[in-house]
Write a protein of this length. Sequence first.
Length: 203
Amino acid sequence: MKRLFPLCLSFFVFVISAIAKPDDLVNVEKEIPGIVLDIRYATTNNFTKQAVYPMAKCYLRSSSAEKLKAVQKDLKAKGLGLKIYDGYRPLSVQKKFWALVPDDRYVANPAKGSRHNRGAAVDLTIIKKDGTELQMPTPYDDFTEKAHRDYKDLPAVAIKNRQLLEDVMTKHGFVGITTEWWHFDDVDWKNYDIMDIDFEKLK
Ligand SMILES: [Zn+2]
């Protein structure tokens, strides 16, 4: 009996992990009530000028979504909230980006994949209660130096808002990248594989 218990436990863990994979992606809109989506790649309002997503949805790994929920809660207490531009991105879409812009200054090479392909990265900004965006250094997907996290030749309010976003995201388990003020990776992104599940197949 003593020997059976760990065996049962490992079987249980195996079953749970089998259920949780490969698509432990959750619908962020359902998980985080009140979160605002502006999924640019489902519109022509993005750097490719094409709608590359079939629908305006945001999916993330469930643990990343949990972290983001805590961010939203913190901001809500300040009368603010999150607006998401992008989350999980199927690898097939990454390939489409690469075909349009084969330049790794702007697009992650699909051979390596993007952390968005792992469902463990999110592009976002902060909004007020009325839905207006806080002033940030640049619009979304501005691929200039102005969007760099350490860029300083900006109005004080844009620097303050960029810092607010960085502080609240890092507090809850995300880490920024140097070139895009709007992009954050889940600190545990390495734990997740690259996926190529179409949006239509997700709930
Ligand atoms: Zn991003």
